[in-house]
Design a binder for this molecule. Structure first.
Ligand code: SF4
Ligand code: SF4
Length: 136
């Protein structure tokens, strides 16, 4: 392994399970396939899931927000639907906008303490590219 590759492979990110990304007044969209997977995981009818946990908007369906966090955020600080959580949750914070804009990476980093303190923008881009391939 050459020195550049070693540098790229240094640990870049480790989730701190702080729950910040599950809080706020906005949440993420849930595709129809994801809705069916969540309903099955929770042993609910799809209509029940939608009525109790989701908000149907004009262009997308999202999770409800309660007490300032996603309705699936548990009292123990963990996601209650972790094995079937939506794509946008699984991918966070490795958003593709990081690759086009260092300011986007800095904004995401402010909200997410999982990135190592001394990591460089180049290391983060390499890490994001590597992991985004896994989502294709
Ligand atoms: S904000 Fe970052 S470190 Fe905190 S739970 Fe979300 S992904 Fe993990
Ligand atoms: S589905 Fe889970 S990971 Fe996604 S915002 Fe809700 S609690 Fe957080």
């Amino acid at each position: 392994m050459n020195p550049v590759q070693e540098e790229i492979n240094r640990p870049v990110f480790e989730c701190q399970c702080c729950g910040h990304c599950c809080h706020g007044q906005a949440t993420v969209s849930v595709s129809e396939q994801e809705q069916r997977a969540i309903a099955e995981y929770m042993d609910l009818d799809l209509d029940d899931l939608i009525q109790r946990y989701l908000v149907v908007k004009k262009h997308c369906t999202e999770m409800k927000i309660v007490n300032g966090h996603c309705i699936f955020y548990g009292d123990d600080g963990l996601c209650r639907i972790h094995p079937v959580k939506p794509f946008h949750c699984r991918r966070w914070p490795l958003h593709p906008s990081i690759l086009n804009d260092e300011a986007a990476w800095r904004a995401i980093r402010r909200d997410c303490p999982g990135f190592k303190e001394d990591v460089t923008y180049e290391q983060v881009c390499a890490f994001v590219r590597e992991h985004l391939n896994g989502f294709k």
